[in-house]
Design a binder for this molecule. Structure first.
Ligand SMILES: [Fe+2]
Length: 210
């Protein structure tokens, strides 16, 4: 380094011996760390799903919190249903193996597509969403099925009940969105209700065979 650039660099350094740009970065990082710690505390308490983004348009913070809390529960249920549908797709057996195996794969794909839209909807309005598998198990309302062996008709009947239950949760979510005039979330939920009712219809018709 030339003598001129050494002199310039020492003029830019403050009393910590750090260049000012680095000192500014370090202060900014510690402010960001404090802010993140406060936010994580709220998230870990399990009650708040509000993010650090300002609420959009005419949604107030209360609306953002209520809707994103609800979307988080919904997302946990949808992940639980996705895995259960895949579980039964993998463990299907019997005379109708091929039909049921394919039906459940198709349904699982449709359910999985919902997950990204639910999570991103929460982020769009300024809320937070799930971070991990442990959060899914904490927030899910639909029950897992860890049985080693399940009869095909029980698999279909169980999924049929779960999809009906999911429709009920979606209707409750729709009501919350309506209360806060969140028409975009409500509109997405309407499509998910239609898809969920279609899955229920197919499953209930398949169960009728037995
Ligand atoms: Fe598969």
């Amino acid at each position: 380094m030339s003598i001129e650039s050494q002199a310039l660099s020492s003029r830019r350094a403050d009393w910590h011996g750090l260049p000012r740009s680095r000192l500014w970065l370090s202060r900014n990082n510690s402010r960001r760390r404090r802010k993140r710690a406060i936010k994580n505390k709220a998230i870990n308490s399990g009650q708040s799903a509000i993010g650090d983004v300002e609420p959009t348009a005419d949604l107030n913070r209360n609306g953002v919190e209520e809707i994103s809390n609800d979307l988080r529960r919904l997302l946990a249920d949808v992940f639980a249903l996705y895995l259960k549908t895949k579980n039964f797709h993998w463990h299907m057996s019997g005379h109708h193996f091929r039909d049921y195996h394919l039906l459940l794969d198709e349904q699982a794909q449709q359910i999985f597509t919902m997950t990204d839209d639910i999570a991103e909807r929460a982020r769009k309005i300024g809320g937070n969403t799930l971070h991990s598998i442990s959060e899914i198990s904490k927030h899910q309302r639909l029950k897992d099925d860890n049985r080693e062996s399940v009869r095909p008709e029980d698999m279909l009947a169980g999924l049929c009940t779960d999809n009906r239950e999911l429709t009920r949760f979606l209707r409750m979510s729709h009501k919350i969105c309506e209360e806060h005039n969140d028409v975009a979330s409500a509109s997405l939920i309407e499509s998910w209700i239609d898809e969920t009712e279609r899955r229920t219809w197919f499953l209930s018709e398949a169960v009728r065979d037995h």
